[in-house]
Design a protein around this ligand. Structure first.
Ligand code: GDP
Ligand code: MG
Length: 441
């Protein structure tokens, strides 16, 4: 699979000092093959590997503390960049109703998505109206009515007198209806065929023209494989769309389709659909998708280490501080805060298989502890933060009161800091650290 191959090729780089061009090229070759296997289009693979190679051979890597980890970081960064960088949110109309049109092949998950999106928006204090414009498939209207019922939102469907058989008319009428009844978002479900089809494309384009949607979302099944690019391009030419929704990410879809569609159409993926029930739905996060493509705790651990590893200069500064006893409580706090950033990884990890060990490690990181530490250190004067020897009894009492903690808490923190500083000093000078209470070794 993509992830195991990437894991393998990146593993080979682990532990290397300086990377040679041959090391980098070997890894790039593996990455290229892995991406092609995952149905990423050739164009995208070329661009991706080209960018990674260039950065992997640059100073950025040469100067890094651990070049192999830096390459892992670059692979991750570039994946995130291709996937659209940051997440894009829905555009709402200045004057309601906001019109969102769904387009895509039959079975892509449009009707299901209509319900998910409506529920998601309703939770956010919107009043969505679902509009049944798939008049092609038998029971399609009924399916949307069931979905709307489950989502607890209103549905507008064709009845005798409001444009039976003409989806363009239904779409147009629905907007007038929404305006009258003060629904603030109109979600138009449209028909799809099994393959790209000229008549159908024209129908979608006509609905678009008739309703001037604020968003046209192209819905695509993540399992579609190599057809992703041609299908997306056909819809871009035929209807055009403002964003993409990737469905069926709960299956074992490889990430390839996502990569190709974004890269080839220039449209961002906005939502991810991850199951058959209405709550299996979330905004699309490029960084999480990149992690999903890279997969597995092993790679994540490497990335984590790369992120943790400060650049060489910062590390040297820190070492100097340890050695010369100028490591202060402020430095200590900064270190803890860096750990806190890792907390956001907890969430990301929850969607990854095989990341158990790391998850546990992160679970054990106590955010409350950090909050308490911050409060205590912030209640100290600058001089006290620089030199804990100043902290006599009355100062400790004042700090405890100021931070809402007890003197015992303050004492515990100061002890912990002093022990850490002492231990690090020994390490920095090249010695073996003494564990508290164990006597000299
Ligand atoms: P449409 O033809 O584009 O309207 O597609 P539907 O919404 O009718 O969905 C087609 C099938 O895919 C249905 O059986 C849905 O339950 C299923 N489906 C839709 N989205 C997802 C998803 O994210 N995950 C899974 N596993 N199934 C989905
Ligand atoms: Mg449908």
């Amino acid at each position: 699979t993509l992830s195991t191959r990437l894991t393998e090729s990146l593993k080979n780089l682990r532990g290397k000092g300086k990377l040679s061009a041959a090391d980098v090229d070997g890894t790039i070759r593996e990455i290229r093959r892995a991406l092609l296997d995952a149905d990423v289009s050739l164009n995208v693979v070329k661009k991706f590997t080209g960018d990674v190679r260039e950065r992997a051979l640059s100073d950025e890597v040469n100067k890094a503390l651990n070049p192999a980890q830096q390459v892992v970081q670059i692979v991750n960064d570039e994946l995130v960049a291709i996937l659209g960088g940051s997440q894009r949110r829905l555009e709402f109309a200045k004057k309601p109703p906001t019109v969102i049109m769904l387009a895509g092949l039959q079975g892509a998950g449009k009707t299901t998505l209509a319900g998910k999106l409506a529920k998601y928006l309703a939770k956010d204090k919107h009043t969505p109206l679902l509009v049944a414009c798939d008049l092609q498939r038998p029971n399609a209207v009924q399916q949307l009515e069931v979905v709307a019922g489950n989502a607890g939102v209103a549905v507008y469907s064709p009845e005798p007198g409001n444009g039976v058989g003409d989806p363009v008319q239904v779409a147009k009428d629905s907007i007038k209806f929404a305006t009258d009844k003060q629904y603030d978002v109109v979600i138009i479900d449209t028909a799809g065929r099994l393959g790209v089809d000229a008549e159908l494309m024209k129908q979608a384009a006509d609905i678009r023209t008739a309703t001037s949607p604020d968003e046209v979302l192209f819905v695509i099944d993540a399992m579609i494989g190599q057809d992703a690019v041609s299908t997306a391009q056909a819809f871009q030419d035929g209807v055009d769309f403002t964003g993409v929704v990737l469905t069926k990410l709960d299956g074992d879809a490889r990430g390839g389709a996502a990569l190709s569609v974004v890269s080839e159409t220039g449209r961002p993926i906005m939502f991810a659909s991850t199951g058959e029930t209405l709550d299996d739905f979330e905004p699309f996060y490029p960084d999480r998708m990149a992690s999903r493509i890279l997969d597995l705790g092993d790679i994540l651990t490497l990335i984590e280490q790369a992120q943790e590893a400060f650049d060489e200069e910062e590390a040297a500064q820190l070492q100097e501080k340890f050695a010369t006893d100028s490591f202060t409580l402020e430095d200590f706090l900064k270190q803890m805060q860096q750990l806190k950033n890792m907390g956001s990884m907890k969430k990301m990890l929850s969607m990854l298989p095989g990341a158990g060990a790391m998850k546990e490690q992160l679970e054990n990181f106590d955010e409350q502890e950090l909050v308490r530490t911050e409060a205590i250190i912030q209640s100290m004067t600058k001089a006290e933060r620089q030199n804990t020897k100043l902290l006599n009894g009355s100062r400790r009492l004042r700090i405890a009161k100021g931070s809402g903690m007890t003197v015992t808490d303050v004492n515990a923190l100061v002890n912990r800091f002093e022990q850490a500083a002492k231990m690090m000093k020994t390490v920095a000078k090249g010695g073996v650290p003494q564990m508290p209470g164990m006597g000299p070794m």
